[in-house]
Structure formats: structure tokens, C-alpha cells
Write a protein that binds this ligand. Structure first.
Ligand code: NAD
Length: 478
């Protein structure tokens, strides 16, 4: 596959880029160039924002009822579904995601998400008449917040885009989306689908580029709301800019979540659920439970089970159906993750992995587990974003809750127990935005997001639509 592109999808058509700058996309497994696309410049963003503004005010989008928007969204979902296998393959080659994961989360989940928001749009009530206790009536309206500037990272490029596009379209907004330079080819497949579905011109526009282009989009005077997924460091900068501009912003940032293994846990279930809960997408998932909290009474047993499960993971070409762990998304990122593995060797006891993967090409890191990790160690505090787990001992459930909560982050988490009611009770004490019992999987119908350094606001669920709406109250006094 070699995907070379010459243009951007702006205003419902393929437009020439403002400059000759190009982004080379490299296959994470073969290290070969698999595509070259134009790199966006400020002038491209200007055109995209202007197109999105026109669409917002146009009869063909701004004038549609929510039920009519829903129909357009369903057409878009159908067009994406047709391209599902192509999308999954594209993501897998670009960032190393195992193809089974890509099929599920970058294809099936994405189509289901768009249909979910289309269904919400269909039944959306945008105006409500409320009797006032003061003797008159108020009309309370939910209006689209306007033109959205959306910025996504490279780890789940399609799903994280749809977490913004879905609720934004349901609310009646328009979008300018900036994909990460590492994963841009999938955005062209989405744009093809938008074109086939005849989404009205300017409703969704894609301009790929790096962080400077992202920064330009964030502060652009034509943007009404920013939706960002990425690192906490970038999120803090974007939050500052949006604070200065008093611009609404949603931030989905990093994590360092805890998997609490209770004394009554079924370790067979833990071993089965761990690949998804802790090392999904080669550990390149924001919600990964990379701190495993093991009870002192079963400590050795948990270490053995986790080390065994991680050592057994099949590392290889992400396009092979049997592969469970593919390469890291870039050489720089591989070096960063490998650096944490070396750091961990000085901080804790290595019980699985830790060596180089014996392959000539590809940015692989061997799945690695450290035991006897102190919660204050670097490998327990910092987000590694690779297949590297830290096992931490706890004494009693209060201690487990304390350790889980002693983190800068609060995004995911899991509790492993055969007593579901007790696990749910304990879950209420964990400072986090989402938590799974005996497994982890974000739910389309439940809000997803973090607290503390993991972010602000929520995606997924009906709640995320509110992030793309603004209220207007009309007091009917006479
Ligand atoms: P990153 O912050 O470096 O980049 C993310 C995106 O933001 C890219 O498109 C990049 O070009 C852009 N960007 C970077 N700095 C910017 C700035 N100052 N202004 C505007 N745009 C800017 O992150 P990454 O390395 O691409 O992604 C990995 C990070 O994303 C991890 O920390 C991970 O936890 C986080 N993440 C969070 C979630 C979530 O839902 N909470 C989901 C996936 C990934």
C-alpha cells in the first residue's frame, strides 16, 4: 500500500494545499514510507474554519432539524462501515495496532458510535418551555456551540476523532479536525466517506499537521470550542490558551491507572482480561491499568500470573491475526518507552521481558513487568505509554485505595474480584473518571474521561453532546 495525497478535504471538496510542505507516513513494522500527504499551513486552517462557519450558518446544515442531521450522520456511518477493513489496516500499519484491535475499535466501534449519536440527534429536544415560579414562562434552548477545533493523537486516531465528530454533529456544530502527523492516512478514508455520504460542504474538514498547526487552530478567532485528546503537557498549554480566550474546551489527557486485584480475585479472569485492560494497543492506550496492585496475602501468586501472562503475549507483525503486541508508533516513542524499561531495572525487580525484541525492523518493545515497585518510583508515577507494567504490594483494602488514588492522574482503573457488589462498593472510593470490574471497555452510553491531570469534560454517552451545546434562556414576560 502506498497512499500519496495531494489535497485536503475542505468545504466538501478536495482543495490544493497552501504550501508544498509534506508529511511522510512510515509503517511502524517495516519502517517503510507508506504515504505522503500535504502538511497543513495557517492558510489551510483559515480556509477550513471559514468553510465550517459558512456550513454552520447555511440552510443545508445550520438549517436542518436534529432529525435531518441524524439522517446525514447515518449516511456517513454507512459510508464508513464500507471502508471498515481499509480503516483498520491503515491504522494498524501506521501505529502498530494489532489488526484484531483495529477491527474492533477503529472500525466497528466507530460506526456504532456514529449511529449512537445519530439516534440521539433523531430524538433531540432543543427547546423546552418552562413555567417559572415567578409567574411567566421561559424558553430554554440548546444551541450548537459553533465551529469546533478538534485535535487528536496517533494512538486511536479514528475512534478519538469520532468521539468528537459524533456528538458535535448531533448538536449541530461543524468541525475542523487536525490529525496527528503520525496517523493521517485514516483521516483521508474518513474524508472519502464524508464525500460519498454527501455531508453538506464544510461540516467536517480535515487539515493534518504538527503541534504548531494545532496551536494555531486552538487560538483561531473563528473557533468557538476546542476538543483535544493528547498528552497532559499539551493539554495544560491548550487549557491556558482557552482560559485566556474564555473558550470552552474538552481535554482528554494521560493516565496511570490502577488494577486492584482483591484477595478473592479469580486470577484466571485477570490473566484473560489483562491484555485489554493493561496493554491494549501495545500499551498505547490512555486508560491502561499499568499499576497492578496485589494483596500481600497473594502477592507471589499475582506476580507469577501477571509475569506469565505478559511473557506469553505474541509479539509480531500487527497485521497477523495472532499478534497481540505490535511495534510502538514511532522510533522516538520506542526510545522513550525503552528508556523507562532501563530506568525500571534500577527501581524494581524485573520479572518479565526487559530485553530487546529480536527483529530487524520495526519499533518493538518487549512486554515487560516489574515487581516490588514502590508507588513513588518513576515507573509507577509517569505515563510510559508502552507494554510496561508495575506490580505494587498493598496491605488491606484501605491501603489499596490509598495507593490507587496517590496519582497525578485519574482516568481509568479496574477492580478484580469474585464479589461484584463489593468491588462496586470499592469502586466508589477510587478517584477516577471510569472504572471496570473484572475487565475494562469504554461504553458508548456512559461518559468517558478523566479527573486531575487526566483532563476536563467528558466524551461518549449523551453527556458529551452537552459539551457541544450552549444554553439560551428566553424569558417570556409579556
Ligand atoms: P501530544 O499531546 O503530543 O499530541 C496530540 C495531538 O496534539 C497531536 O495532533 C499534536 O500535533 C497536537 N499538539 C501537540 N501539542 C500541541 C499544542 N501545544 N497545541 C495544539 N496541538 C498540539 O500527544 P501524543 O503523543 O500524540 O498522544 C499520546 C498522549 O495522548 C498520551 O499522553 C495519552 O495518554 C493521551 N491520550 C489520551 C486519551 C484520553 O481519552 N484521555 C486518549 C488517547 C490518548
Amino acid at each position: 500500500m502506498n497512499s500519496n495525497k495531494q489535497s485536503f478535504f475542505i468545504d466538501g471538496e478536495w482543495q490544493e494545499p497552501a504550501s508544498s510542505a509534506r508529511i511522510e507516513v512510515i509503517n511502524a513494522t517495516t519502517e517503510e514510507v507508506i504515504g505522503v500527504v500535504p502538511e497543513g499551513r495557517e492558510a489551510d486552517i483559515d480556509r477550513a474554519v471559514a468553510a465550517a462557519r459558512r456550513a454552520l450558518q447555511s440552510p443545508s446544515w445550520g438549517g436542518l432539524s436534529p432529525a435531518e442531521r441524524s439522517k446525514a450522520m447515518l449516511r456517513f456511518a454507512d459510508a464508513i462501515e464500507k471502508r471498515g477493513p481499509e480503516l483498520a489496516r491503515s491504522v494498524s500499519m501506521q501505529n502498530g495496532m494489532p489488526i484484531n484491535v483495529a477491527d474492533q475499535l477503529e472500525s466497528g466501534f466507530v460506526v456504532a458510535m456514529l449511529r449512537y449519536y445519530a439516534a440521539l440527534a433523531k430524538d433531540m429536544v432543543v427547546e423546552e418551555s418552562r413555567p417559572s415560579p415567578m409567574g411567566f414562562t421561559s424558553l430554554v434552548r440548546r444551541e450548537p456551540v459553533g465551529v469546533v477545533g478538534a485535535i487528536v493523537p496517533w494512538n486511536f486516531p479514528v475512534a478519538l476523532s469520532m468521539m468528537k465528530i459524533g456528538p458535535a454533529l448531533a448538536a449541530g456544530c461543524t468541525i475542523v479536525l487536525k490529525p496527528s502527523p503520525g496517523t493521517v492516512l485514516d483521516s483521508y478514508i474518513l474524508a472519502d466517506a464524508a464525500e460519498e455520504a454527501q455531508l453538506p460542504a464544510g461540516v467536517v474538514n480535515w487539515v493534518p499537521g504538527g503541534r504548531e498547526l494545532g496551536a494555531y487552530l486552538v487560538t483561531h478567532p473563528g473557533i468557538d470550542k476546542v476538543a483535544f485528546t493528547g498528552s497532559t503537557a499539551a493539554g495544560r498549554i491548550i487549557a491556558q490558551e482557552c482560559g485566556r480566550l474564555l473558550r470552552p474546551v474538552t481535554l482528554e489527557l494521560g493516565g496511570k491507572s490502577a488494577a486492584i486485584v482483591l484477595e478473592d480475585a479469580d486470577l484466571g479472569a485477570l490473566v484473560q482480561g489483562l491484555p485489554t485492560a493493561s496493554v491494549l494497543n501495545n500499551g498505547q492506550a490512555c486508560f491502561s491499568c499499568t499499576r497492578i496492585l496485589a494483596p500481600a496475602s497473594r502477592y507471589d501468586e499475582v506476580v507469577e500470573a501477571v509475569a506469565g501472562a505478559v511473557s506469553a503475549l505474541v509479539v509480531g507483525d500487527p497485521l497477523e491475526r495472532t499478534t497481540q503486541i505490535g511495534p510502538m508508533a514511532s522510533a522516538i516513542h520506542r526510545d522513550r518507552v525503552q528508556g523507562y524499561v532501563e530506568k525500571g531495572k534500577g527501581e524494581a525487580r524485573l520479572v518479565a521481558g526487559g530485553s530487546k525484541v529480536d527483529r530487524e525492523r520495526g519499533w518493538f518493545v518487549q512486554p515487560t513487568v516489574f515487581a516490588d515497585v514502590d508507588n513513588s518510583a518513576t515507573i509507577a508515577r509517569e505515563e510510559i505509554f508502552g507494554p510496561v507494567l508495575a506490580i505494587i504490594r498493598y496491605d488491606g483494602e484501605d491501603d489499596a485505595v490509598r495507593i490507587a488514588n496517590e496519582s497525578e492522574y485519574g482516568l481509568g482503573g479496574t477492580i478484580w474480584s469474585t464479589d461484584r457488589a463489593h468491588a462496586a462498593e470499592l469502586a466508589r472510593r477510587i478517584d477516577t473518571g471510569t472504572l471496570g470490574i473484572n475487565g475494562y471497555m469504554p461504553d458508548l452510553n456512559a461518559p468517558f474521561g478523566g479527573i486531575k491531570a487526566s483532563g476536563l469534560g467528558r466524551e461518549l454517552g449523551p453527556e458529551s453532546v452537552a459539551g457541544y451545546q450552549r444554553y439560551k434562556s428566553i424569558y417570556q414576560l409579556g
